[in-house]
Ligand binder design. Structure first.
Ligand code: HEM
Length: 204
């Protein structure tokens, strides 16, 4: 029971992040008979969307939601004094995996070279590239090894969210809510604001 008490945060993130996979798996057929071939199931979704539109929607939305959540961890810590490295790490992994699933769906539907045909795809692609080193260094071992450079490397996450928001904004899909949440987080991190908020919290 003690183990569960200690780990419930990242276990909840893992379950929440995995559940939409069930939705995705219903919409694709994976054929292993000749290497790996992906094809899209037909008529699995309603809402006036095609299967591929729904796949982009589910994977893209979860990618940006988890990315927003990771960047909200530090402001959350400033406001409430609650911090959990493993929860943040699990959120980071969820971000990278959902972004990658989103990109794999694109490659399966359009082909890799299509990535370079539109500015918004290129922005998304650079964001995905940035997530790779972040994914592999989001652990204590890398933190110790990279020391001060670790923070510098992790601050690339700001570039990733900016590019992702740009990608979604150009596509004219839901982006303002994520920009507002991330923007508020940045205001909370400003040293003067941060010190004031911590002082208020500690007075209580
Ligand atoms: C190589 C990288 C990427 C490619 C090629 C790509 C491609 C696409 C495509 C084709 C769509 C559907 C557009 C439409 O329905 O008109 C889409 C939507 C979307 N993408 Fe990406 N994307 C990439 C990276 C990302 C990343 C890194 C994120 C966020 C972390 C992201 C978040 C979204 C979101 C939120 C949507 C809108 C989904 C909806 O509500 O329908 N994408 N993307």
């Amino acid at each position: 029971m003690n183990i569960l008490k200690k780990n419930y945060g990242w276990i909840i993130v893992t379950i929440l992040a995995s559940l939409p996979l069930l939705v995705i798996l219903r919409m694709i057929n994976i054929d292993f008979s000749n290497g790996i071939a992906l094809s899209f199931a037909e008529n699995t979704v309603g809402e006036g969307r095609t299967t591929i539109e729904m796949l982009y929607h589910v994977s893209g939305e979860f990618a940006i939601r988890w990315m927003t959540a990771v960047l909200t961890c530090t402001p959350f810590f400033i406001l409430f004094g609650v911090n959990n490295l493993f929860v943040r790490q699990a959120m980071g992994i969820a971000t990278a995996i959902w972004s990658l699933i989103h990109f794999i769906i694109f490659i399966a539907a359009e082909g890799f070279s299509e990535t370079f045909t539109q500015v918004n795809y290129i922005a998304g692609f650079i964001a995905v590239l940035i997530l790779i080193p972040l994914f592999f260094t989001s652990n204590r071992k890398s933190m110790k090894k990279l020391k001060r450079n670790w923070k510098k490397l992790q601050s690339l996450a700001y570039v990733a969210i900016f590019l992702s928001l740009l990608h979604v904004a150009i596509l004219d899909k839901t982006w303002i809510i994520y920009a507002v949440i991330v923007g508020l987080g940045f205001i909370i991190r400003v040293p003067i604001v941060k010190e004031k908020l911590i002082a208020i919290r500690q007075k209580k």
